[in-house]
Design a protein around this ligand. Structure first.
Ligand code: NOJ
Ligand code: CA
Length: 571
């Protein structure tokens, strides 16, 4: 009797927990280096799917779409900030680190989402914006009360606005200074981004502890890792650029040590928009961040395909230092921000603006606010080639939501909102994103002639084996057949034809040869493959066998923007 009652109570509790989404997070089989083999999909809860017809995407909606993401073949989702926020920087202005923005649901909804994602084998990476808070955060509200408030020096204050003169301004289109006047406490406060985003003061141990508490909160709930926003700027010092300082690295190493100790298997992904040599220290001796974005590679992929020349890609990868075995670059074509042109020379920037943003409305800060498909003129051959390189160059690839169907943008929406429009699921008025009236949506669906939902949507592309979406699924599936892509070395082949980018990826006995035609015209190329004499190239998409490699240069012909992945089979 008692046993039965206890069981019934247990059942009741479990059901209640399930309903509230509080069941302990189902875990995915442990694989310490999972992030190296991951295929990441970046999305914003707000933009993905609206479950309650209020015009705003939410966690319940996202949970309903997990099947789609699983079917696409991605293994990890990176979610943009979903915390309470005045949304003046789309959530990167956090007002409360340990809750969910009411528009997106509740903490219970988040936990239910996380459980369901884990059940499907998908890992979840969330955002920790640690450099700054919103000016609406309780910490800042307290800090500005008076100069002797105990939280005062959680932020960086000065009587004048002439400190840290060597520090550059990042949002050049909006901000004139990194200091802003606080009329309440009558001093200036320091901010690297918008003036409503005061920088936290990481010289204060209490701040470090407070951010660690935030990390712990989400790690205990079960998230698999954090993208660490804007990491180069944590600490500032007079007379320096206040970027990448040793003190900043010390803070990150401390967080890493604690995370490893209490939550092994979780990861940090560093957002450091810097040159490869300056990013290298963020990996430390495999004791700082597990991954870091490779910012300079991205614009060079766009340069190479436009110049029809491999040089920009080869050059930057040759300048990229080795990283510890347990670390990994994160590579991408587009993301939620402008296509940043900070990591190029002035000449290269002029070239990129001329090639990809002739119209001034397409430009923002030091970059271009357009999506992948419009940047590539909707040319599906180029979309495939760029994704083919994304999936075969060294690193963990990140797909920006909507790019798997070639979604368009709306450069007239202001700031970076043009690349954050509702996901296009169907050909309906709201693109199947929401049951609300179109005018209620948080942002209008893309409506131009080339990319409106009637033309570009998941539903129609799912029905055609030849769509970009179906092709992306095959590409991802092929990539997953080998760890060479995620863990192998790269060596370039140097054919005389510069329109062709060829490289060999190698892991132990496994060798894959990748050949990309960056040009708009058919090309013949002769590759020196003598090192692989006797091997037989097997083309990975179709499984066809190509002629055996011999002593002579290996001749291949490729149509415009064609590419091949060959597994080299030794007989
Ligand atoms: C980097 C984020 O990617 C960007 O969207 C944001 O505006 C800045 N950090 C400031 O938080
Ligand atoms: Ca909603």
């Amino acid at each position: 009797m008692i046993g039965e009652r206890a069981r019934a109570i247990d059942r009741g509790l479990i059901e209640k927990a399930m309903i509230e989404g509080n069941a302990a997070s189902t875990s995915i089989p442990a694989e310490p280096l999972w992030y190296k083999d991951a295929i990441v999909y970046q999305l914003h809860v707000r933009t993905f799917f609206d479950s309650n017809a209020d015009g705003i995407g939410d966690f319940q909606g996202l949970t309903q779409k997990l099947g789609y993401l699983q079917d696409l073949g991605v293994t990890t989702l990176w979610l943009l900030p979903f915390y309470p926020s005045p949304l003046r920087d789309d959530g990167y202005d956090i007002a409360d680190y340990t809750d969910i923005h009411p528009s997106y649901g509740t903490l219970g909804d988040f936990k239910a989402f996380l459980n369901e994602a884990h059940r499907r084998g998908l890992r979840i990476v969330t955002e920790i914006v640690l450099n700054h808070t919103s000016d609406q955060h309780a910490w800042f509200q307290e800090a500005r009360q008076s100069r002797d408030n105990p939280r005062r020096d959680w932020y960086v204050w000065r009587d004048t606005d002439d400190g840290y003169r060597q520090v550059r301004i990042i949002f050049t289109d909006t901000e004139q200074s990194n200091w802003a006047w606080d009329p309440v406490s009558k001093q200036y406060y320091w901010h690297r981004f918008f003036s409503h985003q005061p920088d936290l003061n990481f010289d204060k141990p209490e701040v470090v502890e407070a951010i660690w508490e935030v990390m712990k909160f989400w790690l205990e709930i079960g998230v698999d890792g954090f993208r660490l926003d804007a990491v180069p700027y944590l600490v500032e010092r007079e007379g320096t650029s206040s970027e990448n300082l040793p003190e900043t690295h010390a803070v990150l190493k401390l967080f890493r040590r604690r995370m490893d100790e209490h939550f092994p298997g979780r990861i940090f992904l560093a957002e450091a928009n810097q040159w490869p040599l300056d990013v290298r220290p963020y990996f430390g001796d495999a004791d700082e961040c597990h991954m870091a974005f490779h910012f300079p590679l991205m614009p060079r992929m766009f340069m190479a395909i436009r110049l029809e020349d491999r040089k920009p890609i080869v050059e930057i990868l040759n300048q990229t230092p080795e990283i510890p075995d347990a670390c990994q670059w994160a590579i991408f074509l587009r993301n939620h921000d402008e296509l940043t042109l900070e990591m190029v020379t002035d000449e290269e920037r002029d070239y990129m603006y001329d090639a990809y943003a002739k119209d001034a409305t397409m430009r923002l800060n030091v970059g271009i606010r357009r999506r992948l498909a419009p940047l590539l003129e909707g040319d599906t051959r180029k979309i495939r080639l760029m994704n083919g390189m994304l999936m075969s160059l060294p690193g963990t690839p990140i797909i920006y939501y909507g790019d798997e169907i070639g979604m368009g943008d709306n450069v007239h929406l202001g700031d970076r909102n043009g690349v954050r429009t509702p996901m296009q699921w169907t050909g309906g008025w709201t693109a199947g994103f929401s049951l609300a009236d179109p005018e209620r949506l948080y942002a209008p669906v893309v409506s131009n002639v080339l990319y409106n939902p009637q033309i570009i949507n998941v539903d129609s592309q799912s029905r055609s084996p030849h769509s970009v979406l179906s092709w992306m699924k095959r590409l991802i599936r092929t990539r997953k057949t080998s760890r060479v892509f995620s863990r192998g070395t790269i060596e370039f082949v140097h054919p005389a034809n510069h329109g062709v980018l060829a490289y060999v990826r190698r892991l132990d006995q496994e060798i894959i040869l990748v050949v990309n035609n960056l040009s708009s015209r058919a090309q013949a190329v002769e590759l020196d493959l003598r090192a692989f004499r006797g091997s037989i190239p097997v083309e990975m998409a179709g499984g066809n066998i190509f002629p055996r490699i011999g002593e002579l240069p290996y001749l291949l012909t490729l149509g415009p923007y064609d590419f091949y992945w060959f597994r080299l089979r030794r007989l």
